[in-house]
Structures are given as C-alpha cells and as structure tokens.
Design a protein around this ligand. Structure first.
Ligand SMILES: Cc1cc2nc3c(=O)[nH]c(=O)nc-3n(C[C@H](O)[C@H](O)[C@H](O)COP(=O)(O)OP(=O)(O)OC[C@H]3O[C@@H](n4cnc5c(N)ncnc54)[C@H](O)[C@@H]3O)c2cc1C
Length: 367
C-alpha cells in the first residue's frame, strides 16, 4: 500500500505507546521523540490508533481502483513434473469446479511446460472448461523467474477472478511471487474454500493461531483472489472421458523465459519405502529417538508395514533425516489410515500435518 506517515515532533511527548503498538518493530525513540524506520513500516496504522496526542498522521494513497467486475473464471495452476500432472492439480480441479459452478464462470487449467500437449486431454477429463498452455523448452522444469513471468502475463491478459495453486514446494514459491506482482491477496495453506455468492468472494479457510482457530479470509478489494491448498485436503475431480475443453496456446518470446538462476540438475531422492504423502501407514520419529541411528528402527518398521517414514521438525532440524520426511505445518500433509509417532510429543504444528488421518487422533499419549 502506498502512502506516507508523518510524526509531528511538537506533539510527540516520547510516551513510547507507538513503539509498543508497532507489530513490525519499525518505531524507536531518539531524543525522546518517535522515529519511524520506513524500511520496516507497512503503514498498518497501529501507531496512529494508540497515539493519544494525535502526533502521527497516516495518509494512504487511494491508488487506481481496479474494476473487479472485469475479472472472471476460476484458474487452477496445474503442476507437472517431467510432463506428469501432479495429483494436487486434480484435487484443485475438483474443488475449482464447485467454486466455478457457484460463480457461474468457467473452470480453467493453466499448465506450463515443454512438450505438454499430450496432457491436455487429461485436464479436460478432470473438468477444465478452458486450458491455457504455455509450451517452451525453458518451462520444462519449474524455475521461479520464467514461471512467474508467464503466469503474471497470462493473468494480466485474461484477468482470472480466482487462482488456486497447490501448497507444494513449487506452488508456494511460484504463487507468492505472482501475488506480489499482481498486487493481489494470497491465503496460504487453505483447508476449505467456498464462495459467498452475493459478494462473489472466495472464502478461504485456514488454521490460525497455531491451529487453535479456523480463520475465514476474504479478499474484497483486489483481484485475483489467490489461495494455496495442501495436498490431500480436497478430493480429486472425477474422470469424465467425454469432456472436452477449449485450449488456448500461448507463445512467449525468449526474453520472458530469462532466469536469474540456472537449473543444473534435479536429483531424485531415493525413497526406500512408500511415498509419504500417499501412504496408508506412516511411521514417524522425533526428538525422542535420541539420535539419527535410531531412525533405522523407524525405517525397518515402516518397511515391514509397507508404510512410509515421517519425522518431526525437531528430528529434521537435528539433521537426523532429510526435510522431505517432515510432517506438519511446514512439512508435508499426510492422510494415512494409521499414524505411528515414536518419540514425538504431538505439538500442534506437527498434528496439522496429519489432519486427514482416518484413525481418531490419539494425541500421541504414551510415546
Ligand atoms: C512456525 C512453526 C512451524 C513448525 N512446523 C513444524 C512441522 O511442520 N512439523 C513438526 O513436527 N514440527 C513443527 N514445528 C515444531 C513443533 O512446534 C515442535 O517443536 C516439534 O514438532 C517437536 O518435535 P518432537 O515432538 O520430535 O520433539 P519434542 O517436543 O521434544 O518431543 C519429544 C518426545 O519424545 C518423548 N521421548 C523422549 N525420550 C523418549 C524415549 N526414550 N522413548 C519414547 N519417547 C521419548 C518425549 O516425552 C517427548 O514427548 C513448527 C514450529 C513452528 C513455530
């Protein structure tokens, strides 16, 4: 938000109320007068509200108001790896269908890649009415710069009302950049989505305050409304082989594909047990294991049960096991039928990772 903030030094009596109220640590006292660090200030106005002497003045620029009615359709960014569409995309198409129907607009799939033409039918079968394809060798594997540039260009040209994206490593990296470029709101890690039909608002539900409440977030003043959704939280769209979609192929010049980073190689992690995100049985280890060597027991048990190996952040932070095994708020979401936690206390940030479990939450008593 653009604007300005001014401190009237003649009114400021150095009470420090504004220093305490600032959530961004942007105010300090110098010679008993408040000084604002503009590198940290977000113009949130918390200081203005507490100042009893009206010594702070905040002016927010109204800016050019967007005509929100120009924005139409629900877009799903469909993630592909080596040309294979990731299942999160089908989950988002399933949810996107419901949202698009409520809004009376089209459900659109957006796919970036190289030689991905053959995947179009799959997206149509999963319910996309329209498919935007950007095909270029530089888009073969995900890279922040070209992917961001292309998605921004598409959104600026076609003005989607909603953009949904998986809360995956790729999705999180991409869509946050896109949201900044589009000056749009973004709600990360949603667990439910709905539409307030009268206002045409996307209701974005996500855990807040350590998972103690479910917050419903809306984006009334900006478009597109953007949200990421975790893997396995929503149901995949059913396949309907008879469905066809309109396809819009976009070609962008090489300069759009420029990247400040160079992708050297993609090294697949060798998974000895089954994939964590898909597993019916997960055996996880935490700090209580006492050391990395004890993960051997976890691996053995997981293998015996045909399950996957998970871990708490404490174990990952201690370098006992790679991050790809982390379950929880900042790790993976799992939906097993059975979750065995060994040496894990069950902090809320860990429990969030297995919200979809089929067996009632044991709260990890008697580890
Ligand atoms: C923003 C944020 C995001 C986070 N994201 C995640 C996340 O994604 N995933 C995650 O896991 N955490 C996350 N955390 C960290 C989380 O809060 C906990 O610190 C972490 O989950 C604790 O890991 P733990 O259960 O292994 O360790 P501890 O809490 O230390 O628990 C160890 C457990 O082992 C038991 N124990 C000790 N010895 C033995 C023994 N010999 N036999 C059996 N049991 C034993 C103890 O009684 C205890 O219950 C996050 C935190 C924050 C602030």
């Amino acid at each position: 938000m653009a604007g300005s903030i001014t401190i009237f030094l003649d009114r400021c009596n150095g009470c420090t109320l504004c220093v305490k109220a600032c959530p961004f640590d942007a105010i300090h006292m110098a010679n008993k007068k408040a000084v604002i660090d503009m590198a940290k200030c977000t113009l949130c106005g918390a200081c203005v509200e507490v100042c009893e002497l009206n010594a702070i003045e905040l002016k927010k620029d109204a800016g050019v108001k967007k005509d929100l009615s120009l924005y139409k359709d629900v877009w799903v960014f469909c993630e592909q790896k080596k040309g294979v569409i990731q299942s999160i995309s089908f989950e988002l198409l399933g949810e996107g269908r419901k949202l698009a129907d409520k809004l009376g607009v089209k459900l659109c799939a957006v796919m970036l890649g190289s030689a991905v033409e053959s995947r179009i039918a799959e997206l149509a079968e999963r319910g996309a009415d329209k498919i935007y394809i950007a095909d270029h060798p530089a888009l073969q594997s995900f890279q922040d710069d070209p992917y961001t540039e292309v998605l921004v260009k598409l959104a600026e040209e076609y003005l989607p009302e909603i953009i949904l994206c998986g809360a995956t490593v790729i999705g999180r990296s991409l869509v946050s950049r896109v949201a900044v470029r589009l000056n749009a709101g973004l709600t990360a890690d949603c667990t439910a989505l709905d539409i307030a039909e009268k206002e045409r608002l996307l209701l974005q539900t996500r855990p807040a305050f350590g998972g103690n409440i479910m917050a419903v977030i809306i984006t009334p003043n900006h478009r597109p409304q953007m949200a990421t959704v975790r893997h396995k939280v929503m149901k995949e769209a059913a396949i309907d082989k008879a469905r066809k979609a309109e396809v819009i192929r976009k070609n962008y010049p090489d300069e759009v594909m420029k990247s400040r980073t160079r992708l050297v190689d993609i090294v697949a992690e060798i998974e000895e047990t089954v994939n964590l995100a898909e597993a019916d049985i997960v055996v996880s280890g935490g700090r209580g294991l006492g050391g990395p060597e004890n993960f051997a027991m976890i691996r053995e048990l997981a293998k015996t049960l045909n399950g996957a190996v998970g871990a708490s952040r404490a174990a990952v932070d201690a370098d006992w096991i790679p991050y790809s095994h982390q379950v929880g708020q900042t790790g993976k979401t799992v939906v097993p039928k059975l979750y065995l936690a060994c040496g894990i206390s069950g902090q809320i940030q860990h429990l969030i990772g297995d919200e979809g479990r089929k067996v009632p939450d044991p709260r990890f008593q008697g580890e």
